[in-house]
Design a protein around this ligand. Sequence first.
Ligand code: ASP
Ligand code: MG
Length: 416
Amino acid sequence: MALLVQKYGGTSVGSIERIQHVASKIMLAKSQGHDVVVVVSAMSGETDRLIRLAEALSTEPTPREYDMLVSTGEQVTMSLLAIALANHNCRARSYTGPQAGIITDNVHTKARIIEVKTETIRRDLAEGYVVVVAGFQGVNSQGDVTTLGRGGSDTTAVALAAALKADECQIYTDVDGVYTTDPRMIPEAQLLPQISFEEMLEMSSLGAKVLQMRSVELANKHNTPLRVLSTFNDGTGTLVTFEDKVMQRRLVSGIAFSREEAIISMTGVPNRAGIEGHILGLVSDAHIEIDMIAQNATDKDHTDFTFTVQRQDAPKTLKLIEAIASDLGAVAVKSNDKVAKLSLVGIGMRSHTGVASTMFKALGRVNINIQMITTSEIKISVIINEDCLEKGVRAVHEAFELHKSAAERHLAFMET
Ligand code: ASP
Ligand code: MG
């Protein structure tokens, strides 16, 4: 018998039939003797609909009222699910985030959970109830409802699983798990049976949208095993967990990508101490987040300074950089918002050499020009033209034989 926290995403509860289906899955777990705490998202499309309503009234809805509004989506699903369960004689109680004891800071629309008070949930579990909690929301010190940012129900689930010391946090969704890359782009992509927290963090931050980043950070911090699996198909999905020997032996785990990138560069910047801090300080004062940075001196007195930002921030950044460039007497400002980031991720990189050269050769063979490179211990990212992205992902996927199952690749490695 285990204590499970199960989270069902928007498509999993997107209709009355689907809510019935979710109810039957919960009852199955109950009948196997498990204690179950369920976290639900709003029905698919509902949060977007609510946001559009607010935006129809105001370009900048008051954050407190925005949270009051968008938190209602999850309340609809939690109560419907509890009604469906009760109708099958499965005792269930639903709670809003505030009622369930999810305490957050005061940052409306993207609050962080600071504490989970579990007494109510523990009491109900002890009495045999299935506890259904509205995801994505909590309460601040003033007693106001807060929300946790888009995709925040994942974080509610992990926070509850950590606080309750659940055996597993199961994230039920509309995909079968985490793949070596997006199977909609590369149909040969393979389901990963396991991935480490660290790799999953990189994959989430690099554009793989299966889990909210913060939920992975939290699971890593509390060592909460997290499983991503399908509501609709059978299968054991992907277990996100701490590293083990098998994972370490794997050379690379997956390829993440993002099309939302733009590259901006200033050439002929007078080179003096502190210039980089000066430029980036002005950019961050404008609340623009910079991702990659490259700088190289072109002669004794000048340097080129290049960086990437999210594509949506590009126009604003460009304006700012043009002003900075004329202040500094830089030669030119260039930008390209038709670029994409392709990243290869794997903890095996720490202990294997030649990963970067294999990746760069694969891109070279299909004539892809790399515009920028960054690396970390477990990741290599490159910026390339957006229209080459699919070709690039395919080439790298093939070069590392990611179309082979994890077991096959593991064998191949042991043989060599
Ligand atoms: N309903 C919220 C959203 O659409 C939270 C979630 O589903 O995780 O972002
Ligand atoms: Mg989600």
